[in-house]
Design a protein around this ligand. Structure first.
Ligand SMILES: [Zn+2]
Length: 96
């Protein structure tokens, strides 16, 4: 099973990310998959996290993607998401 490659992500991003620079949102969204796969360098991860701190639509999308991917991974292997990241996201969500 491979995920569909040509998903119309751009359309969804434009609808969900408002109030923040749309270019930043597109960048952040495009990096989410790499982020979740631990493919980003530390500076790149910091950029994504910083955007998530100020952009709730992207944060919601991120947590959705993460939940989805984690639940998928739990079916095949033990999840190894960084606890610090999960704590951070939880605290961010509580602020809203
Ligand atoms: Zn955003």
């Amino acid at each position: 099973m491979t995920p569909p490659a040509g998903k119309p992500l751009e359309t969804q991003v434009r609808e969900e990310c408002m109030g923040i620079d749309p270019y930043e949102c597109e960048e952040a969204i495009q990096r989410l998959n790499d982020f979740l796969d631990h493919q980003l360098t530390e500076p790149e991860r910091a950029v994504v996290l910083k955007h998530l701190e100020i952009c709730r639509p992207c944060l919601r999308r991120f947590t959705f993607e993460q939940t989805l991917i984690v639940s998928l991974r739990q079916k095949v292997t033990r999840v190894c998401a960084p606890q610090a990241l999960r704590d951070k996201l939880h605290s961010l969500l509580r602020q809203g």
